[in-house]
Design a protein around this ligand. Structure first.
Ligand SMILES: *[C@@H]1O[C@H](CO)[C@@H](O)[C@H](O)[C@H]1NC(C)=O
Ligand SMILES: *[C@@H]1O[C@H](CO)[C@@H](O)[C@H](O)[C@H]1NC(C)=O
Ligand SMILES: *[C@@H]1O[C@H](CO)[C@@H](O)[C@H](O)[C@H]1NC(C)=O
Length: 502
């Protein structure tokens, strides 16, 4: 895994260094209007903005129709419907000068899954296909092009800019930000979504030099590749939006690690290397597409101080907008300060996982244990299967521990919790010896654990279920014994009350 990260950063550093050299030797960027590298795109008219960006409206199927900002009569003939919202997709830095396949995937997913929407692809490939620093410098210019298109729509069709939603990937995210800041007047762009906004040359810059919450009425960002190597990270680490989502902590993504590099190379040849490097960065796009395709599997994310707190399971709270939906269907409620939201995902689509917080308190125990527990949960819909829980330290008396558990299925209402305590390897050995030496020793000498309150909270439903020992049983667990706890009797009453309060 770390090898991939290292290679990726080397690739990036290489491009940064190369870019500096090029910048010194070449006075002006190459002619922005010189085009024709895009696959099958129609020819572009002569009157483009300063960045030479071409805007293509997606028609039915995969055909596009080029919009020409200064002469918007093309709009009607392209089928632009001014009563519908507008979504503009902006790509990022380009290594090979080709439009990446996700662009059309995202465009068609938007068109097919949203009723009545204008989907436009902003093509700035000729500037994007430069060394990274030059491409990064061009983001302002391309932002002007986008702003110019929106102004033209405003003037000629009285099309309100708040009906526009800009979706930008990597450098494209900052382009959207600049587009927002170039628009004067009281009215702002409705929404900007930054898909893993680019880090190098933007991280730590002031809000006017990158995507920021001021650039639109509502700004959301999904950070998927912020792992830092040699002071650089491909995606920006800092929060840049009203809601910043950090799936799996944001630094790297499951399914993108070294094992997959071989699969990718087998599948794509040497391009497989690039596929692997892009995997985590591009995951932001696929998470967004997932939110359109799998409407019944919307991903929930929860506000948290940082990822390590989230991993402890202490952040599954939804009060006062502390949780939100990742992707297109985000709840656009604004809160005073920016929010960092965390979540776990599967390695492939549909990415949704269900988050559970497991809380357990220990009353007493035989001294010196570092227990390792296996629990399994049974709900009205599904069973969890065995879940291993390892304690980071020796357990302390009366202390409550919390853990995050993620499952790819919704268990329904929780009914049973099965519990097995394995103890440490050392204790297992000692106990086996003791039993062998004094076989009549009985349970007296056997290591014991007495548990107090046990509860499980489902992040997705916000329901907390407490578990109690079965009737006529005690809260004591013997080593290597299955112990079943059931939903406590007072659970129903408590939930009933909660519903009425809410
Ligand atoms: C534009 O969209 C609206 C609502 O989505 C629809 O009622 C109308 O027929 C559309 N106009 C055209 C010309 O397709
Ligand atoms: C542990 O607590 C239980 C119940 O509170 C008690 O019955 C038992 O004697 C205690 N065991 C030890 C070793 O303190
Ligand atoms: C644990 O809590 C119980 C009751 O709250 C208390 O009596 C006991 O002294 C506590 N034990 C420790 C070790 O703090």
């Amino acid at each position: 895994m770390s090898v991939v990260k290292l290679l990726c950063c080397l690739l990036l550093t290489y491009h940064l260094c190369e870019g500096k050299k090029i910048k010194g030797s070449r006075a002006a960027p190459p002619d922005a209007r010189q085009r024709g590298r895009t696959r099958g795109g129609p020819d572009v008219g002569p009157d483009l903005g300063p960045g030479g960006t071409a805007f293509r409206l997606l028609l039915d199927g995969e055909d596009t129709c080029t919009l020409d900002p200064p002469r918007l009569h093309a709009l009607a003939s392209c089928g632009f419907n001014a009563s519908n919202p507008l979504i503009i997709i902006t790509h990022g830095w380009s290594v090979d000068g080709m439009m990446e396949s996700w662009v059309l995937r995202l465009a068609t997913a938007l068109k097919k899954n949203l009723a009545g929407v204008n989907v436009v692809i902003a093509d700035w490939l000729s500037l994007a296909h430069q060394h990274y620093p030059i491409a990064a410098q061009s983001t302002r210019t391309v932002g002007q092009d986008v702003a110019q298109l929106l102004r033209a729509l405003q003037k000629q069709l009285q099309y309100p800019v708040r009906k526009a939603h800009l979706v930008g990937y990597s450098l494209g995210a900052h382009i959207c930000g600049f587009a927002g800041s170039f628009l004067e007047g009281p009215e702002k762009i409705g929404r900007i979504t930054g898909l893993d906004p680019a880090g190098p040359l933007f991280e730590g810059m002031s809000a006017t030099d990158r995507l920021s919450p001021d650039d639109a009425e509502f700004v959301d960002a999904i950070h998927t590749f912020t792992h830092e190597r040699m002071g650089l990270s491909v995606g920006i680490k800092q929060a840049v939006a009203h809601y910043d989502f950090y799936p799996n902590g944001g630094d790297f993504q499951p399914g993108c690690d070294l094992q997959n590099i071989y699969e990718h190379i087998a599948q794509y040849g040497l391009l497989g290397f690039e596929q692997t490097v892009k995997c985590a960065h591009e995951r932001s796009v696929h998470l967004f597409i997932d939110s359109l395709l799998n409407r019944d599997k919307q991903i929930m994310a929860f506000r948290c101080r940082d990822n390590s707190a989230f991993d402890k399971g202490v952040c599954l709270d939804c009060h006062k907008n502390r949780c939100n939906t990742l992707g297109y269907n985000i709840n656009r409620v604004r809160t005073g300060t920016g929010q960092k939201l965390y979540l776990k995902t599967r390695p492939r689509m549909p990415y949704k996982l269900f988050h559970y917080q497991f809380r357990i308190q220990f009353i007493n125990q035989t001294e010196g244990m570092e227990p390792s527990l296996t629990i399994s949960l049974t709900g009205t819909k599904e069973e969890s299967g065995d879940l291993r829980i390892t304690f980071p330290e020796k357990i302390s008396i009366n202390k409550t521990y919390t853990f995050l558990i993620t499952l790819d299925k919704d268990l329904g209402e929780l009914m049973l919790l099965k519990f097995q305590w394995e103890g440490s390897a050392l204790w297992r050995n000692v106990w086996t010896r003791v039993q062998t030496i004094i076989p009549w020793g009985g349970r007296k000498g056997k290591p014991q654990l007495t548990v107090g309150r046990i509860s499980v909270k489902a992040g997705e439903t916000q329901e907390r279920t407490s578990f109690c020992a079965m009737e006529n049983d005690v809260q004591r667990v013997d080593m290597s014994e299955d112990k079943v706890f059931v939903r406590c009797k007072d659970n129903t009453a408590r939930q009933h009350r909660r519903k009425h309060r809410g």
